[in-house]
Every structure is written in C-alpha cells, then in structure tokens.
Design a protein around this ligand. Structure first.
Ligand SMILES: [Zn+2]
Length: 279
C-alpha cells in the first residue's frame, strides 16, 4: 500500500478519492505548504516515505478555496516550506523552456505558463520575508496574501503548465534517505533548487540570490539542514541515482545528466551553504 506525501497528503488523498468516485474535488487548504491544491496530480510515496510515483487524475480540482486567516493561524514552518516548493517553479519552468521539454500535462508550456512561473519567483523575493514575519505573529497582511497566492496558485499552475526538472527530482532522490523524512517536501525541494543551480551552471549572481532568499526565510541551504549532517558519499549517491531514474524530470535539464554530476551538485550546494554561513 502506498500513501500520498506529507504536506499535500490530505489533499492528494482527496483528489485520488474524488477521481475514483467520479466526483469533482473541492480543496480547502488549511496550510500553504505545497503546490498540491491546484494541481491535478497526486504524489505517491511508499509506506516508509520513499517517492514512488505521480498519479494523474482526469481533471484538476473543481475549486480551491483559501481563507488567508486560516493560513495565518497555522505554524510558520508550513508557510516557509511552501515557499521552498514555490521556489522551484521558475527554475524548473525555465529549464523546460530552454530544452523544449514537456510539462506535467504532456504538452508544452505556453508563454502565459512561463510568465506565471516567473511571477511566482518574483513574488517570493518581494514578499517572502514579510510574509514569514506576519505568519509568526499570526496576522493577515498583504505580504502574506501575496505569498499564499504564490505558494498555492502560481506554484501549482506554474509547475503543471510549465514543467518540472532537477529540483523535484533531487527531492525525490532525497526521499530514499530515511534521515530526510522528518523534513517537509518544500524544504527538500529548496535544497534541490540550490543543487540544481549548481548542476546547470547557473549564473553566480542568480545562485547567490537564491541562497540569500533561503537564508532570509529559513529554508535549508546545507545537507545538515535536511538531516544529512554526516551523510557518506555512498549514501548520498543512492539519492543521486534515484534522482536520475529514467522517468525523472531531471532529464529536462540541458546536457547529459548523470548520478555523479548530481552528487557533486548536491555537495557543491552544501559547501556553498556552509561557506556562506561561516562568513
Ligand atoms: Zn512540489
């Protein structure tokens, strides 16, 4: 038996149940921790929390209703994890655009999809820190509203319309390591973004901007931050190999992607994260 992911667990379960019952799904999220609410797919994990597959429904939820006051009352770590998930949207979308890779619906991104993904990233940079502060005080502010839109709507529509790439594949690979299971989807995805930027030779300034954002809002920037303090190269290789499974969207990145390159990208992101902390 398999279970949907922590974070989007209840939502993904509802989507599958509604699909099998032939009913429309109406989603009312109480936290903004993933891009699950608006998407039509559900992520399936094994009973012990290892990524298994993605299950597609016949249609997306019929409606998604969000009360920002409810989101504001939830623990801040959920909102921050949602920002980590949303952080991947633009980078994965632009990788798919660069290589003309398919989106999550089996088609190709439109310009609108790409722009929504970009807007998602810009919204995070602009309002992320202020939204986190509002969440810590459990107050509804415009910044929090913008981030709720980014985490739930822009990220959901963005990834489904414009495609996935290295960040989510690295997340999926990391689930092979039990030490990471206490960490939320978006927290591991955020580290996947940082590693993905190393993998794809992103401009140094771009990588630095993403590190700064993660540091500001409290997203992981080192392996230790996702439970892998003393991880061995062999153990991390298991995650890298899983990230490179043939069906993984990491192959939407340009060039030939190998487990060795992914392993080195994760270690490089970790080294940079540690070096920045020591400054
Ligand atoms: Zn995600």
């Amino acid at each position: 038996m398999c279970l949907p992911a922590w974070g989007g667990k209840a939502i993904d379960t509802a989507k599958i149940a509604a699909d099998r019952a032939g009913l429309p799904a109406i989603i009312i999220p109480t936290i903004a921790s993933t891009d699950a609410p608006c998407s039509g797919c559900a992520v399936i994990y094994s009973k012990v929390g290892v990524f298994d597959s993605v299950c597609y429904q016949k249609s997306n939820p019929a409606a998604v209703l969000v009360d920002v006051a409810v989101i504001a009352a939830a623990p801040t770590r959920f909102l921050v994890a949602g920002m980590g998930d949303a952080l991947s949207t633009w980078f994965e979308a632009s990788s798919c655009d660069r290589t003309r890779s398919p989106n999550e619906c089996g088609g190709y991104s439109t310009t609108a999809g790409l722009h929504l993904a970009r807007l998602c990233y810009e919204t995070l940079l602009k309002y992320g820190t202020a939204a986190k502060i509002a969440s810590q005080r459990h107050i509804v502010t415009s910044a929090l509203e913008h981030i709720v839109e980014a985490n739930i709507l822009l990220s959901g529509i963005g990834f489904e319309s414009a495609g996935l790439a290295s960040a989510h594949s690295i997340h999926n690979g990391l689930t092979a390591l039990p030490e990471t299971h206490a960490f939320y989807h978006g927290e591991k995805v955020a580290f996947g973004v940082l590693a993905g930027l190393q993998l794809t030779d992103a401009p140094v300034e771009e990588s630095a901007a993403v590190f700064s954002f993660c540091e500001d809002v409290g997203l992981p920037t080192t392996l230790a931050d996702i439970g892998l303090e003393n991880v061995s190269r062999e153990s991390l290789m298991k995650a890298a190999e899983k990230a490179c499974d043939p069906g993984q969207p990491i192959h939407h990145e340009a060039g030939r992607i190998t487990a060795e390159r992914v392993l080195d990208a994760m270690l490089a992101a970790d080294a940079l994260g540690q070096a920045r902390r020591g400054r």
